[in-house]
Write a protein that binds this ligand. Structure first.
Ligand SMILES: *Cc1c(COP(=O)(O)O)cnc(C)c1O
Length: 382
């Protein structure tokens, strides 16, 4: 079956007991056992819950992987991957990524002796150079947050497979509708389901999808042993969201391309980054690797912080706030929000200046969004 159909049916068969068409919210912590050591597949809801199982099955299906695991947040899912390793192990990370992932590697797992070094995300060969004897994992986002750089997943997985290193891809920005990293040779797909998968800015959640059964069993062990699982209500809301993922991603992508083109020609805008623009240095790779260019557009304004202040203050539809991937349009100021935990020096080294804004284009009418941006840009003095 095709993506749109799987999103609505996989893991979501009508309830065999009642015929309920929608997966029930199994709001229960525990399960009656039929005898000593005899149960019906569920014992305790940290270990397993039928609503969560439905979500995990659906996630695996969307990524065309064999096994899905749901977590309480994207970072809980990311932390679960890191628990596979031990002190003395080394990981290579793409050098543009979500600030919270960077914080997880630098401020949490480094303390436990897991050493992270950073490779140029848009150059697979730079990963190859950093792989050592004790390297266990390569971790990338593509497109990255917030610079929207891409890495050629097939080229990168050729390197990791040759060296026996696991490849984890944070697929939050693209969503499985636009890109399925397992099909390009990745071993682990990581999601913040908070974003496009749930899609309505109403839950925090995460997920992992893998093909290898041993890897799945290990991750499932940590999921249960450390316990960062989503409750049944949140799982249900993620399922409700992912059923419309294809429609939303098509609309997000179309609106984002429209606005990226508009912003590109605007005199107050210094720079527009969008993989769907021919001016993006990896536009050809985006066309090859992705089934659409996504809903995130990053820009730099002319005029420093005061321009950013005037612009964001004047926006009426775009909400100023953290996060992305919801149906409503949102503007994030990475310097103070998503990348607030990254030092100014490191931020500037990466190109995330004080004039840098990340726009999550929603699915409102494109002309209303354009007018909102137009008015706010007109409010910049200078
Ligand atoms: C938001 C985000 C995360 C973290 O997910 P949470 O659900 O907020 O824990 C990880 N990676 C990317 C790319 C994100 O955008």
């Amino acid at each position: 079956m095709r993506f749109e159909t799987r999103a609505i049916h996989d893991g979501q068969q009508p309830d065999p007991q009642t015929g309920a068409v929608i997966v029930p919210v199994y709001q229960t912590s525990t399960y009656q056992q039929d005898g000593l050591g005899v149960h019906r597949g569920y014992e305790y809801s940290r270990t397993g819950n039928p609503t969560r199982t439905a979500l995990e099955t659906a996630m695996a299906s969307l990524e065309e992987g064999r096994f899905g695991l749901a977590f309480a947040s994207g970072l809980a899912a990311s932390a679960a991957v890191l628990t596979l390793f031990k002190s003395g192990d080394h990981i290579v990370v793409g050098d543009d990524l979500y600030g919270g992932s960077y914080r997880l590697f630098e401020k949490v797992f480094r303390k436990f002796g897991i050493d992270a070094t950073y490779a140029r995300i848009d150059d697979p060969a730079s990963f190859k150079k950093q792989i050592r004897k004790n390297t266990k994992l390569v971790w990338v986002e593509t497109p990255t947050n917030p610079l929207l750089k891409l890495v050629d997943l097939k080229a990168l997985s050729a390197i990791t497979q040759k060296t026996g290193v696991l490849l984890a891809v944070d697929n939050t920005f693209a969503s499985p509708y636009l890109q399925k990293p397992l099909l390009s040779g990745a071993d682990i797909v990581v999601h913040s389901t908070t974003k496009y998968i749930a899609g309505h800015s109403d839950i925090i959640g995460g997920a992992l999808v893998v093909n290898d059964e041993k890897l799945y069993q290990e991750l499932k062990f940590y999921q249960n042993a450390t316990g960062a699982i989503p409750g049944p209500w949140d799982s249900w809301l993620v399922i409700r969201g992912l059923r419309t993922l294809s429609l939303r991603m098509r609309e997000h992508s179309a609106n984002a391309l429209f606005l990226a083109k508009y912003l590109k020609g605007h005199p107050r805008v210094k720079k527009v980054i969008y993989p769907g623009l021919p001016s993006h240095p990896q536009h050809d790779l985006a066309k090859r690797q992705m089934n659409g260019f996504g809903g995130i557009v990053s820009i730099e304004l002319h005029g420093g912080i005061s321009a950013v202040e005037a612009f964001t203050k004047e926006l009426k539809i775009f909400v100023l706030g953290e996060s992305l991937g919801g149906v409503e349009s949102l503007v994030t100021y990475p310097a103070k929000m998503s990348h607030g935990s990254v030092s100014r020096e490191e931020r500037y080294r990466r190109g995330i200046t004080d004039e840098f804004l990340r726009i999550s284009v929603g699915i409102e009418h494109k002309d209303d969004l354009k007018e909102d941006l137009k008015n706010a840009l007109a409010a910049i003095q200078g």
